[in-house]
Design a binder for this molecule. Structure first.
Ligand code: FE2
Length: 370
């Protein structure tokens, strides 16, 4: 088996490691600090401004979730106007994805839509980029792509380039302590889905499976406790580490049909990515099982279960405890959406799925979710 591995320039993990950030940013940088909308109220914005006191810095606080192209444009304009040379993003996946794209595009010509629709191509490395996640979920700090939404046509897809890897990813579990239980559940189940899809992916290799198996076991064992007791340091640390390892895995292997379907469903029905993946996980896994029995069995054992059946029952039990709905009924999924979903689900993720689903097979899954 041949493979090549790519990661951010530097990955730092552990409680309190956010304090390492200033020493990792090139001296004399002009920093654009990008945070989520809660950062001001939570005191995180002030904390970061103090941490970056040695740099000339401007802040943009608040990025819409499932970031629309206009949110990235806002950052590009701020960065070009203030001649930023470095971007620090601290927040959830939306904040990191928007900032990651801005870091790539600020030194180039054009705006986000030009790259989203392939009218222009990213050339090489953008600005210095540091990513610090405040959720244990998307893995956006590790990946070289950003999921963006054109809200006018409900199209959600990735901009991707090797130059978009963060220069520094700092995964400090303490940054996740203030993440509320519902978001901890949805982002944690996204991370778990990513680990599982990576493990059974057609693109998996020895290294990605080692990372994905460990990630899945950490996430499965700790997600309920992290939601129940947000200040449980051990559970938060395990979730953050699981999310990081899962992202290191799927960056190499690719994902699968849950992520293939989650983008058009989430884009059309305006459902947050993590929740969308959580709802799709069980029906897609059940449909995938005949095509990856051995890997499924291995993964079940790594997560502490004797059989694939027990593993699936364990996932169902966790989703019940975390109040995850088992269909998209309350979000209004209907047969009228099926054409759009089928037309827009054949992304890179779908290509890596262990079972090659045809349209009637996908329709079968979708009908069960209405
Ligand atoms: Fe995901």
């Amino acid at each position: 088996m041949n493979y090549s591995l790519s990661f951010p320039g530097r990955i730092i993990f552990g409680a309190g490691t956010v304090k390492d950030l200033p020493g990792l940013i090139p001296a004399d940088s002009r920093v654009l600090l990008v945070t989520g909308s809660h950062a001001e109220k939570d005191g995180l914005l002030e904390f970061m401004q103090q941490l970056l006191i040695g740099f000339e810095a401007v802040s943009v606080c608040g990025i819409e979730s499932e970031p629309p192209l206009s949110e990235v444009d806002k950052l590009i304009q701020a960065g070009r106007y203030s001649s930023s040379t470095a971007i620090v993003a601290i927040g959830g996946g939306s904040v990191i994805d928007a900032a990651k794209t801005a870091a790539a595009l600020i030194p180039l010509e054009g705006m986000t839509a030009d790259y989203f629709y392939d009218r222009l191509q990213i050339q090489g490395k953008g600005l210095f980029f540091a990513a610090l996640p405040t959720t244990a979920g998307t893995g956006a700090e590790i990946t070289p792509n950003a999921v963006l939404t054109d809200t006018k046509v409900s199209i959600k897809k990735s901009i991707r380039h090797q130059g978009m890897f963060a220069d520094v990813a700092i995964i400090d579990p303490e940054l996740t302590y203030s993440c509320p239980p519902a978001l901890t559940a949805a982002s944690g189940l996204d991370a778990f889905t990513q680990a599982v899809e990576s493990y059974i992916s057609k693109g998996a290799n020895t290294v990605s499976r080692l990372l994905a198996g460990k990630a899945a076991s950490l996430l499965m064992a700790n997600i309920v406790q992290a939601c129940k007791a947000p200040l449980d340091a051990a559970a938060r640390s395990a979730m953050a580490e699981g999310s990081m390892l899962g992202a290191m895995a799927f960056t190499q292997s690719g994902l699968g049909a849950v992520h293939g379907l989650a983008h058009p469903i989430g884009g059309k029905l305006k459902i947050a990515h993590g929740l969308c993946c959580a709802i799709l996980l069980l029906p897609v896994l059940k449909a995938n099982r005949p095509s990856c029995r051995q890997h499924f069995k291995e993964l079940a054992q790594l997560c502490g279960f004797d059989s694939a059946d027990d593993f699936l029952a364990g996932i169902a039990d966790i989703e019940k405890k975390l109040n995850i709905p088992d269909t998209f009924k309350k979000f209004g999924l209907d047969e009228e959406h099926f054409d759009f979903i089928l037309k827009n689900c054949r992304s890179g993720s779908m290509q890596k799925n262990p079972r090659k689903f045809n349209n009637p097979e996908l329709l079968e899954i979708l009908k069960g979710l209405c």
